[in-house]
Write a protein that binds this ligand. Structure first.
Ligand code: DX5
Ligand code: ZN
Length: 219
C-alpha cells in the first residue's frame, strides 16, 4: 500500500512575536497540518501553548490543526479543544491506559482520534487498544521540549507499531513520529513506517523551510 508522507510543523518552535507570518510560512511551505504541543507542566516538565493560541490560529488558517495533549487530565478539555478548532486530538496512553472512552469522546466531536506512547512505553502495550485510533503517535523524544535529539531505537518501534496495527486490521491508521525529526533523518524514519513527520526545529530552524518539507516528504 503506497502511503503519502505528511509533514506537520510544530508551532512550538515558531517565533511567537510573529505568529501570523509563521502560520503563513507553514501554509506556503506545502506542509499538511500544524502540530500544537499542549503541555501542562504535570505530565511533562514544561508549560507551553494554550487554547487561546489554537483559537487564534484557527481564525487565521483553514489548515488541519493537530492538537498533541501532553496533559494529566485531557478528558477535561476534549470539548474545549474541539470547540477551539482542533481537527485532530491526541492523548497519551500513559494517562489513559484504557483509551476507548476518551477516543469515543474525541470522535463524538467529529475529530480524528490520536493515541501516543512515550519512548519507554513498550509498543506491545498497544495490543487490543488501537481499534479506535486514527493516528498513532510514536514519540521519538521524551516529551516536554523541542530541539531534542531523535532516539535511534524509535526506528524499531515504528516497525513494531506498523506490524501491530496491520496484525489488528488497522492498516489505515496513520503513524506519526514526533521529536528530533528533520530532513537529515526523514528517509530512515519513513522507511521504518512513519506516515506523518512532526518537525519543530527541523522546520523553523531550517535555512529554507519549504525545501526542508520537500526533502522530508520526498524521503
Ligand atoms: C515534544 C513535542 C514535539 C516537539 C518537536 O514534547 O511533542 O512536538 O515540539 O520539536 P522538535 O522537532 O524540535 O524535536
Ligand atoms: Zn508534539
Amino acid at each position: 500500500m503506497t502511503r503519502n508522507v505528511k509533514i506537520a510543523p510544530s508551532i512550538l518552535a515558531a517565533d511567537f512575536l510573529h505568529l501570523g507570518a509563521e502560520v503563513d510560512k507553514i501554509r506556503d511551505s506545502g506542509a499538511d497540518m500544524i502540530h500544537f504541543d499542549i503541555m501542562d507542566a504535570h505530565f511533562v516538565p514544561n508549560l507551553s501553548l494554550g487554547i487561546a493560541m489554537l483559537e487564534q490560529v484557527r481564525k487565521a488558517t483553514d489548515m488541519y490543526l493537530d492538537a498533541h495533549l501532553m496533559m494529566d487530565n485531557p478528558e477535561k478539555y476534549i470539548k474545549t479543544f474541539a470547540d477551539a478548532g482542533a481537527d485532530g486530538i491526541t492523548v497519551h496512553l500513559e494517562v489513559h491506559p484504557d483509551p476507548d472512552a476518551i477516543l469515543d469522546e474525541i470522535a463524538s466531536f467529529g475529530k480524528d482520534r490520536g493515541l501516543s506512547i512515550n519512548p519507554d512505553m513498550p509498543v506491545e502495550r498497544l495490543r487490543g487498544k488501537v481499534g479506535k485510533v486514527d493516528r498513532l503517535l510514536i514519540m521519538s523524544v521524551f516529551p516536554g521540549f523541542g530541539g531534542q535529539s531523535f532516539i535511534p531505537e524509535s526506528l524499531d518501534r515504528l516497525r513494531q507499531a506498523r506490524a501491530l496495527l496491520d496484525s489488528e486490521g488497522r492498516e489505515q491508521t496513520e503513524i506519526q513520529i514526533d521529536g528530533g525529526v528533520s530532513a537529515a533523518n526523514a528517509a530512515a524514519i519513513v522507511r521504518a513506517g512513519a506516515d506523518c513527520l512532526v518537525a519543530g526545529t527541523g522546520f523553523f530552524r531550517a535555512a529554507n523551510p519549504a525545501e526542508a518539507v520537500r526533502q522530508m516528504r520526498g524521503a
